[in-house]
Design a protein around this ligand. Structure first.
Ligand SMILES: Cc1cc2nc3c(=O)[nH]c(=O)nc-3n(C[C@H](O)[C@H](O)[C@H](O)COP(=O)(O)O)c2cc1C
Length: 283
């Protein structure tokens, strides 16, 4: 076996774990390999980002498809240490935990904004009302575009050797963070992203995903078919958690907790209220 084949095999092993079935017909390209190598990073070195890295990430982000070429997202890159600390402290209080090291330690906190503010202003400047923005789909469109942009930026960052972790927890403090970064009406921080140099000595491993038949359907959705694959996924999930010294927790338990624990919601219980205060009527 060549070294490349061995690497591909170990990537699939990491992505699906030992017990689960794995596809044997992956069409390997350097890009596919890089995607399969993804892991969230929550332990960063203090080193600054290389010059041009944010601009490179933004060029990659802008290269993602976006709905009707309307460019309805923005990025606020927080590198000011004092502001980043204030955001980190506010998020930590919402969880609540004493501190969130991966926000405190990282050189850049990227805030991905679903942004209809430019479109609203351009429309009003033309003497018209942007009433379509009152509908849920407009909010969804901008949020989807922000997510696609962010993922392209994440892939670009990882290709430079940087590490990232998404921060949905930013929505816990949607109102406060909007004020802290002076967001205009009709814009909303969809999620954050910490980006920096991974501290290889403390970085976690690739996290396994369910076997493909759990998520891949052909032509018709096959409800309930996932059940067959749960046991093996649970095994992969447990093996990963043990290897990373994480607390004992089953995947099923996590799913149920996510569906039944208001604690899990953090400050997001009032999200609809905050989003509509920010100018999105969600009709
Ligand atoms: C939209 C989104 C929001 C997330 N929010 C958080 C977060 O607030 N805190 C965190 O530690 N990880 C967060 N994550 C990272 C996930 O926990 C992580 O992607 C998942 O456990 C899979 O692990 P992996 O990225 O290492 O493959 C988020 C991921 C996504 C896609």
């Amino acid at each position: 076996m060549t070294a490349r084949k061995a690497e591909q095999r170990s990537l699939l092993e990491a992505r699906y774990g030992a017990a689960q079935q794995k596809p044997d017909n992956i069409i390997w390209t350097p890009q596919v390999e890089a995607l399969l190598r993804h892991k969230s990073v929550r332990t960063f070195l203090a080193d600054a980002l290389p010059d041009g890295s944010i601009e490179t990430m933004v060029a990659a982000a802008q290269s993602a498809s976006n709905s009707s070429a309307l460019n309805q997202w923005s990025l606020v890159a927080v590198t000011d240490v004092e502001l980043k600390q204030r955001i980190s402290d506010t998020v930590a209080r919402s969880v609540p935990v004493a501190r969130i090291p991966w926000i405190e330690e990282v050189p850049a906190l990227l805030l991905w904004v679903a942004d209809l503010s430019r479109g609203a202003e351009i429309t009003k400047d033309a003497g018209k009302e942007p009433f379509v923005f009152d509908y849920l789909d407009s909010f969804l469109m901008a949020s989807i575009d922000a997510a696609l942009a962010a993922q392209n930026a994440a892939v670009a960052a990882e290709s430079m050797g940087l590490g990232i972790v998404y921060l949905g927890v930013m929505r816990n403090i949607a109102k406060e963070v909007a004020e802290m970064i002076h967001l205009p009406s009709h814009s909303f921080v969809t999620f954050g992203m910490a980006v920096g140099w991974p501290d290889a000595t403390r970085t976690s491993c690739i996290r396994p995903r369910p076997a493909q038949p759990m998520v891949l359907h052909h032509n018709r959705y096959d409800q309930g078919s996932y059940r067959v694959y749960l046991k093996d996924y649970e095994e992969a999930y447990q093996t990963f958690r043990v290897s990373q010294n994480m607390s004992a927790k089953t995947w099923l338990g996590s799913v149920i907790e996510s569906a039944t624990s208001m604690e899990y919601m953090g400050g997001r219980v009032k999200l609809r209220e905050t989003v509509s205060e920010r100018g999105f009527k969600l009709k």
